[in-house]
Design a protein around this ligand. Structure first.
Ligand code: NAI
Length: 457
């Protein structure tokens, strides 16, 4: 099949590369000329395990290409995926300007039947807006004879495991309109995804609005589990219980399960924060309040300060003359994505309180430099107080530190040499935002250890 992907970011590039890998011809479009130039020069603009090899082999096989040429891209694909960003607007609702701009381009240049796929995460009712914009352009061109149908096919991949998730999906959600064009579009989608359904059927077919809703409901459920556990962890700290023991105690109940039960520094990334905001906004716009979800968001906002509150409680609010080692910058392991990363809150509080920070991350240092310029646009001189150590050795960050703060659970941090850690630091204090170590082991090693909800003062 001939497929066009509009928007070659995390989702667009992974979708394009993986669909090419199963034998389709894929044309990836982006308005960011720099990104397309990087891809055409053999580079990958993001870090995502396994992606480079899939892109490379499919470009070599001439099944995958990248372009900024809108007209040629729209002409190419029978199926047009819209995978552009849907960032939060000022009021928290999803900003649809990029989605609707992509739709307008499809209407402007399409020349035959098109299956238009909303792959971006978009609020309920967006497919109707996309349909209206395309129809408006066709009417303007006097080409109302051209047929199309908009399908909702939300993406559930996880950054850090995106290629694996796309190739082995838990489910493929397809929302379609039950009319002639819609049924034809559904048939195209079933053919496209047939290779993923060989062993058992993973496709869930439903109406468009339910499909749009499903994506938000999934992220809302996961975010709820995280905030719920974070709130319990904070209480565990107060009452002298260990949240890790509690997690295992409840996770063993199959009705609860172990996934997404880890207490930490709050959820971040490009999806949960904005999707939770957008869903609560949709509810408000419909005269309803999603009270549980509003609490989930409020708890998460507070949780991002849980580490720095512990630091300030121990060292006081004036951190001038103090040096902190920071392990982990990316919002989660195996990505360089810094969108809404909790490390940004930690850096903000520490630097503005006068501290020096020596930071380590295996992948995200370049991206951190870029976002810190934005975060500290009002006080760029503070960035002189951040130093990054070589990606190879996290221990390098520890020399002379008053404390180590762990924000992201990269594998490289799992079993440090505690003797060396203690010898390198000025004072052996560890604030662990990911509960990587056993409090008893740390105590034995003579290290002051504070996790999240671990009864470990
Ligand atoms: P991204 O920001 O990495 O990529 C979006 C790309 O679209 C950018 O390269 C941008 O230049 C391009 N673009 C914007 N307007 C365009 C236009 N009119 N024509 C062509 N290209 C255009 O965003 P990301 O992370 O890939 O997210 C895309 C959508 O997928 C969002 O709605 C997001 O919520 C959703 N999603 C993201 C996941 C993730 O893990 N990043 C997972 C599941 C869904």
């Amino acid at each position: 099949m001939n497929i066009t992907i509009i928007g070659t970011g995390y989702v667009g590039l992974v979708t394009g590369a993986c669909l090419a890998d199963i034998g389709n011809n894929v044309f990836c479009l982006d308005v960011d000329a720099g990104k397309i130039a990087t891809l055409n020069a053999g580079g990958i603009p993001i870090y995502e395990p396994g992606l480079e090899a899939v892109v490379e082999s499919n470009v070599a096989a001439r099944r995958l290409s990248f372009s900024t040429d809108i007209e040629a891209s729209v002409a190419f694909g029978d199926i047009q995926f819209i995978g552009v960003g849907t960032p939060p607007d000022e009021d928290g609702s999803a900003d649809l300007q990029y989605v609707l701009a992509a739709a307008r381009n499809i209407g402007r240049y399409m020349n035959g039947f098109k299956v238009v796929v909303d792959k971006s995460t978009v609020p309920v009712g967006t497919a109707d807006k996309v349909t209206a914009v395309i129809q408006e352009e066709l009417d303007r061109r006097g080409r109302s004879d051209l047929r199309f149908s908009v399908v909702s096919n939300p993406e559930f991949l996880k950054e850090g495991a995106a290629v694996e998730d796309f190739m082995r999906p838990d489910r493929i959600v397809i929302g379609y309109s039950d009319d002639d064009n819609g049924r034809e579009a559904l048939a195209w989608m079933r053919r496209l995804y047939a290779p993923f359904n060989r062993n058992h059927e993973r496709t869930r077919v439903m109406d468009v609005r339910s499909a749009e809703f499903t994506k938000y409901a999934a992220n809302a459920m996961l975010a709820t589990r995280i905030s719920f556990m974070n709130e319990l962890a904070n209480l565990a700290d107060q009452v002298g219980a260990d949240i890790e023991a509690v997690r295992q105690g409840i996770g063993s109940d199959p009705r609860i399960g172990y996934s997404f039960l880890y207490a930490g520094t709050g959820y971040g990334g490009s999806c949960f924060p904005k999707d939770i905001q957008a869903l609560t906004r949709t509810a408000r716009d419909n005269g309803k309040a999603l009270r549980v979800l509003e609490a989930v968001e409020a708890v998460n906002d507070d949780q991002k300060s849980v580490l720095t509150n512990k630091v300030l409680a121990r060292f006081g609010t004036d951190l001038a003359g103090r040096t902190f080692a920071l392990w982990g910058l990316a919002f989660k392991p195996n990505t360089d994505d810094m969108r809404e990363a909790p490390s940004r809150v930690v850096l903000d509080v520490l630097l503005r309180a006068g501290a020096r920070v020596v930071a380590h991350d295996p992948i995200a240092i370049e991206e951190t430099r870029r976002v810190l310029k934005l975060d500290f646009a009002d006080a760029p001189a503070l960035l002189d107080n951040v130093r990054f150590v070589s990606a190879k050795d996290p221990m390098e960050a520890l020399a002379g530190a008053d404390a180590l703060i762990i924000v992201t659970e990269w594998k490289a941090y799992r079993s440090p040499n505690l003797e060396r850690l203690k010898a390198l630091m000025k004072t052996p204090v560890v604030f662990d935002g990911r509960n990587l170590y056993e409090p008893g082991t740390m105590k034995e090693a003579g290290i002051v250890y504070q996790g999240i909800g671990r009864n470990s003062q």
